[in-house]
Ligand binder design. Sequence first.
Ligand SMILES: [Zn+2]
Length: 659
Amino acid sequence: MIDFVFTIDYEIYGNGAGALDELVYEPARRLKQLFQDYQARFVTFVEIAEFDKIEAYGTDSAIDLVKQQIMEFHRDGFEIGLHLHPQWSNARYENGMWSLDQSEYNLCTLAKARITEIVDASLTYLRHVVDEPQFTPLSFRGGNWLFQPTQTAASVLNERGIKIDSSVFKGGLQRNYSLDYRRAVKNGYYWPFSSDVNEPDPKGTWFEVPIYTDMVPPWRMATSKRMAYATQYVIAGRSAKQKLTSAFDYLRFRYPLKLDYCRMTLTEMTSMVDRIIQEDQREPESYKPIVAIGHTKDLTDFSSVDSFLAYLRTKKIEIHTFEAVYPKILQMKAQADCVGSSYGESKVARHSSMVAPGESGKAKAANLKYVLITPARNEAAFIEKTIQSVVAQTNLPLKWVIVSDGSTDDTDEIVKRYAAEHPWIELIRMPERRERHFAGKIHAFNAGYARVADLDYDVVGNLDGDTSFDEDYFDFLLKKFVDNPRLGVAGTPFREESFQYDFSFTSIEHVSGACQLFRRECFEDVGGYLPIKTGGVDLVAVITARMKGWQTRSFLEKPYFHHRKISSAKHGALGIAYNAGRTDYTHGSSPVWQFFRCIYQMSRPPIVVGGVLCFAGFFWALATRAEKVVTPDFARFRRVEQMRRLSGLVNNALTLRHP
Ligand SMILES: [Zn+2]
């Protein structure tokens, strides 16, 4: 699958020359208009350091327009990425021109304290410009594409919450700045990394989504369009040695041609994309985010951009920002981890970091740190109850990320009100989507999960935005994790208006999805929630945890309140029963088990017919060979569990012992 990401470096010339209105504001305004005609959005890489200085020195009156425009981009979903040319940080304006500090040209070569200072100053100014004190960009691009040596700068940016770098162009080489992306040529369309951006590292907390680049013979570089732009970028004041070194960069058999929609001709772009499409047809299952780059200062040929957007539309290639790409990458990584492919982590038992058993649960519960994630889609009716329950906890979470999944009601407003008072509550917003299905909820969860990746927590909870509970609810569950180091998933039964979950046929090993707490190691073992469109996501996670050797448990003594009936609205009770049977089949249930479950179901409302429909749903799926959404291993494990439980139930019935 191909997704296109258009990025624009939003800045004047690297030596400080040029007017904001002509080089930044006006081209960006026209580009935005053009994209809006196609209902598309791009990522704006705002070179914030220069705007900070230009405003401070008052050298260009168009700075107000630029600030206004950045705010509008942010408001209208044109993602704001961080772009830094650190030579601006010490800039001075003298005798009518800018004097930039070229000794700070590459952020990555500076000392950690200095990097921190520059990054924090930029973020502070950016937050001021978008008028949002909590704002953190998702994506980063180094000035002049420099992101080597990676480790120090990456750790500073990653600590601030940035998750995606898009500095790399495969095959890139600039010996003057020790930029060498030649080793990245063998990498895929994106990769996690940690200490070196060239090297995929499955344990990395960052992703590189590189600027798309083809390696081409030298003559392909020499179109007249590109030559015209290149001559504008002559860096003044370079020594003869530097010029010679950079000349050597060009002595190559193959040269990296970036997908630059400002500098390439339409034919170049479409033939490049045609090759990507061919590759996608050969391996459609791999996700291919294709990043195109442009610069506001290069934007003159709007008609080529227009035609290119039209071409992408005819090819049915969607255009997204990183905000939409990121959850997909996380999902692909979770799947890869699960089947142990390319980015698969080694399945070593990671139980070493667990608390030693036998120690007093009471004393230790305070030491276990937890985070909560709440995907919320139009929950305005109940979310305040949930927030009040969490805020009142005797043991507060380290962080609670509420992910508004394209809510169109007051959900966001309510959450914002509380987030303003409680810094540990964070609201993030997913773009609006039309369909309502379970995979969407998981994408929202994963976006929230990404926000806590760097925090030092022990337990992660998935909490629905329509629940309420006692003020010692989480402390109660955390103690269970302390008491039993093998406990991987914990929860409690829920109550609705007139209904309490019945555990006589459902095992207490099941933890229902409206509130599930995972020990961190367990959640990582499981590979997180898998986005299954038909649902049962929470069930699959809990059973997978048991497959991996963890214990899972609902603690009956502390029920919570669930304010909305599970899957109400859409289907009536009969539809629910039929679908439950079908889902049991696609999620690997055993037919024998299903038979008994449905017999039991007949004794509960809707009497008889519910059980029959549940049975019908299962066997229709079986007869039509509906596609299973779980692996054969998972189905086998589940059937063995069910048969063991069934024989337990039969024994109980025979000896008249009540469970
Ligand atoms: Zn730049």
